[in-house]
Design a protein around this ligand. Sequence first.
Ligand code: ZN
Ligand code: ZN
Ligand code: FE
Length: 750
Amino acid sequence: MAVSFDLRRRLQVHGIVQGVGFRPWVYGLAYQFGLSGYVLNSTLGVTIEVEGDEVGQLAFVAELKANPPVLAIVDEIVEELLPPNGFTGFTIRESHYDTAGFALVPPDIATCPECLTDLRDPANRRFGYPFTNCTNCGPRYSIIQDIPYDRPLTTMSEFPMCAECDAEYHDPADRRFHAQPNACPVCGPWVELWNHSGVLARGKDAITETRGLLAAGKVLAIKGLGGFHLACDAANETAVLTLRQRKRRTDKPFALMVENLDAATRICILADADRAALTSIRRPIVLLPRLDDAPLANAIAPGLNWLGVMLPYTPLHHLLFNGAEYNALVMTSANLSEEPIAARNDEVAPRLHPLADFILLHNRTIHARVDDSVVRTFEGKERLLRRSRGFAPQPVDLRVPVGEVLACGGELKNTLCLTKDHYAILSQHIGDLENRETMQVFEDTLHHMQRFFRVAPKLIAHDLHPQYLTTRFALAIPDIPRLAVQHHHAHIAACMAENRITGPVIGLAFDGTGYGTDGRIWGGEIFIADFTGFERAAHFRYVPLAGGDAAVRQPWRSALAYLLDAGVAPGPLLNQVPPQQLAIVRKMLDAHVNTVDCCSCGRLFDAVAAILGIRLESNYEGQAAMELEGIAEDTESPYPFDFDGDTLDFRETVRAIARDAATPGLAAGRFHRTLAAAAAESARRLRKATRLNRVCLSGGSFQNVRLLRQTLELLRRDGFEAYTHSLVPANDGGLCLGQAMIANHALTRL
Ligand code: ZN
Ligand code: ZN
Ligand code: FE
């Protein structure tokens, strides 16, 4: 074989190729095809040089394109042919880029099929071992303390590898080559079952006993990948109710875990896209239509016709279902409502003992708390509702160079974002920043991410709302310029960014609430926007709301305000509300005392749900709107509405809904049609005025799939290019991406 006559190939690989096990994989591939050369991380991806047999080189390049590691996204490979260099062997080179300290950190990945086979094979040394993992799967972000991503800088450093694990780790032909969390029963972490006074069992026995306790209706705290779950048999009404009471969570649906797709089909209806989402390496919770006769406790998801379901994503989860008597487990974050998920063993006594009868612990430390991600599929694609485990901190590839900024996100469903190179790196879901504990997690996450990604922000973006804890946090940082970004501008910018649109666009932000530039509460917004600014072309009609946060918890307050505004006597419609309370709020509205003007789509949803008798009090954010979506019947006909100057006026709609209150399903259906029609009419008017044809849909109300589908249908029928979200949530979990893009454009003007 005349190797020396073959040329050398330099390959620039662009895309998400760092922090995804790409270099060890390339190493293995070169080894497989007998090629010499090197691989290294470079500023915009990975650089590879190979020489050797031409046929081998071609096969190597074909494999690069066809079968990259599961988390890698290869956008483009630029090839260059050069004279041979006489490399001896193949090496993973440390680049200058690495020593500058920027590498991407991989997300946590569900157990791969090969590891599952090891787990289930009685002849394998990892049979029944709950921490089995390899290069293709296992914990990553949750255990990494610093970069470079190497075992000594993970929480696995406490567990020196045994000789067998060490041999696997150093063998390029082995699946566990450079698998940093590699472990086995001899050298790795283990599980223990505890009651409130001490250890009951260890290792395999602990898991067997756990299955028995769950089957017997006990509530257990189970330490997982990114935190503790509270678990119980989802078919056991008493167990589920006990869990609700202890967690002080009234109606908010509990997520479920089932062993496999078969078990999922016993409780839900699955489309192909749902199957793909459930079995993806990221293993999110997938929202699925519930079967009417699903064998589940009523208290799982009261009032909703869908369920949040996930499949096992760690070996421990798989073992919990091994021969178990239950079909589905409740797997909800172990915390009291509104608090961060518990993750540390020293939190067990103070935080978990009141919640759980028993605790299944392990001694692998969780460095970063990561909640489960939540998706819903739409038009065959995943749409993220909560971007967390399995996704964070994998960046959104912006495909344009960006500076270094920090975007603090919003108040509810908070995430934060750092930008660098051509990446927007979003944190995991942090939660509702309404208390000290969650704010501490925000700060920890920021420091953690800044250390990983070596970002020194030149600008800090925060929400315009003066009272948000993130705003106060941003304002307390000395010496770095800050930028206040209007909430709905950030929503639209987030939608533009993930669709790689530079603007300008027609932006429709149908949302809960966000602080407006006029100091009033916005949330039914029709913008002309790009990353440099926005013009508020139109908005929903302002209605006074009484009692701030109370209005969010009590949809009947919105109903009263909208009915009075539309000139409808509220009496008979709101006769379930205690008359005294109704009278007080009415007085406040009449006198404009303790009221705030609001034009939020979310509050309009609340009002309609209350007028139709669906829900007068909400126990969690968005409950009324979700239930309204759930009962809505199919219909083609919208209600009338007015578009007067810059105001979308739904008083006529509200009057019609009040008349139709006896048929709530149909009225809810027509209400959805009305909003879709109003969205399309707004877009048409703006197109006429501006000739813009691109429409971005964002804001929490577009999590409503019925509204989204109908709006998209109308826009597409009219020839608009309509864009929405899939990579980041349409809700406030996506705000930080928009803030970051707006901040980056402001950077250039500093
Ligand atoms: Zn694996
Ligand atoms: Zn070992
Ligand atoms: Fe919002």
